[in-house]
Design a protein around this ligand. Structure first.
Ligand code: GLN
Length: 487
């Protein structure tokens, strides 16, 4: 039998249903793998061994009774921004270091109902602010392909854990690229769903009009299965869309014939690493050979996306993060002289530098006298970006582009230059501003052996087209089953 650590979700389903491996054995193997390699990668903030083993036991019961669903007994990792009842949910921040939520996020409830197994909580940039996981208040996570490099961020732990085979799949969150960019740097599949497709209830808020939870997996089909499991309407999230969940996994088996693939000229610009462009062009030819039609398109407001995002996201963050005041929950400073001083000390000691930078930026953009010039203007430009995509999707079904301008950079390379760090989000941010889905798929390796990601974007709620295009391309490229060794 193939090594269980190499198997995807449906392969594992079959193996478990046929009694070749039990959920408990599988979980134990994954826990051993974490024990063996996480010393090097450092993807997990918390390993929930006891929870995992008891969930696996329950999963075995479900399987025995013939009640298994696609995810029953599948060991998963969860980004530490998603609330897990009674289990630390730190957002990789000192502010929430000892926070144990009294409730589960909706996605966690859905996974639990289906008998999925949680191996632990994964490292991230503090409050999901960053692109390298270096902003974690605890430790850096390393790229499994090259331990001197960043795994991307903010869901760096989620991507690294999947690539290092320390979980079958994981959940991350994406506000400006935080699922797709680390997926790209770690050579895994990552999907940011349409805004409103997955409930945000229990997702610790960063920028509420942009945040979405989504899957990071080793294959397109796994992403479809995990998305099917967590998506769907939730009355506890007022932005959740009341709409049945489409059969995403089925869409993976559709042919790509006749699909129109848009190539936006604004995404193939100077400054993008040559090998990134080369790999993507090669992948486009593969799509063409499989019957897709390539069309040149334009998304003219792309150049304003970063400025727009860093106003809207920081404005929303400054408001969302005002709840950390040392009173309601989380960290409280020890020494203070009065109430105001307690607030100040708590926030000064509890937040790291990037979070403080964003709170200050956001507060400034929202302040009287500046609101119109910054926040209002950014909201107007956001509408222009939405319209760019609407127009483009009249000419094509999916858009193909890079995920990030370069492959994974070295740890420490950009950490002291916030602007440089922000610029690396240029190709992922427009998708969040427009609320549409975006998927990152491995499409090659650079000369250092680092993975390159290709991004596919589709119209609002067009995830099925995305899955069809991505799974065909995945087969056409045949890059699967090449994983970093680490032992
Ligand atoms: N890198 C972007 C930022 O720092 C995106 C983060 C995210 O998607 N959570 O804001």
């Amino acid at each position: 039998m193939k090594d269980v650590l190499d198997m995807g979700i449906s392969e594992l389903r079959n193996a478990m249903d046929e009694g070749k491996v039990s959920a408990q054995e599988l979980t134990t193997q994954y826990l051993d793998r974490i024990e063996a390699v996480d010393k090097k990668v450092r993807a997990y903030v918390t390993v929930t061994e006891e929870v995992a083993l008891s969930q696996a036991k329950a999963a075995d019961e479900m399987i025995k009774k013939g009640k298994a669903g696609p995810l029953t007994g599948i060991p998963l990792g969860i980004k530490d921004v998603i609330c897990t009842k009674g289990i630390p949910t730190t957002c990789s921040s000192r502010m929430l270091k000892d926070f144990r939520p009294p409730f589960n996020a909706t996605v966690m409830e859905r996974l639990a109902e289906q008998g999925a197994v949680m191996l632990g909580k994964l490292n991230m940039d503090e409050f999901a602010m960053g692109s390298s996981t270096e902003n974690s208040a605890f430790f850096e996570t390393r790229n499994p392909w090259d331990l001197d490099r960043i795994p991307g961020g903010s869901s760096g732990g989620s991507a690294a854990a999947v690539a290092a085979r320390m979980c079958v799949a994981s959940l991350g969150s994406d506000t400006g690229g935080s699922i797709r960019q680390p997926a790209s740097h770690c050579g895994v599949v990552g999907l940011k769903p349409t805004y409103g497709l997955v409930s945000r209830y229990g997702l610790v808020a960063f920028a509420s009009s942009l945040d979405q939870i989504g899957p990071l997996t080793r294959s397109v089909e796994d992403a479809a299965l995990l998305l099917e499991a967590v998506a769907g309407h939730d009355s506890r999230d007022s932005t959740s869309l009341p709409r049945p969940v489409p059969p995403f996994a089925k869409a993976c088996r559709q042919a790509m014939e006749g699909l129109r693939v848009g190539i936006p000229k604004e995404y193939f610009i100077d400054g993008v690493q040559e090998e990134v462009v080369g790999s993507i062009r090669q992948a486009l030819r593969v799509m063409q050979d499989m019957g897709a039609e390539l069309v040149d398109i334009s998304l003219p407001h792309t150049e304003y996306a970063i400025a727009t995002y860093y106003i809207i996201a920081t404005a929303e963050a400054s408001s969302n993060l005002s709840r950390y005041d040392g009173v309601k929950y989380g960290f409280r400073a020890k020494d203070y002289s009065n109430l105001m001083d307690m607030y100040k000390e708590t926030r000064a000691q509890g937040f790291g530098p990037e979070v403080k930078r964003r709170i200050m930026l956001g507060t400034y953009c929202l302040s009287a006298g500046y609101y119109d010039a910054f926040y209002k203007k950014a909201s107007q430009v956001r509408t222009l970006i939405v319209d760019d995509f609407k127009k483009a999707f009249k000419e094509c079904d999916v858009i193909a582009a890079p995920v990030a301008p370069t492959t994974a950079f070295k740890i420490g390379e950009k950490v002291n230059d916030p602007l440089k760090m922000y610029l690396s989000d240029i190709f992922t941010i427009p998708v969040n501003l427009a609320g549409i889905p975006g998927l990152s798929l491995p499409c090659g390796f650079d000369q250092n052996g680092l993975p390159i990601g290709l991004q596919l974007m589709a119209g609002h709620l067009q995830e099925e087209i995305l899955f069809t295009a991505a799974s065909n391309l995945e087969k056409g490229l045949g890059l699967n089953n090449r994983w970093p060794d680490l032992t």
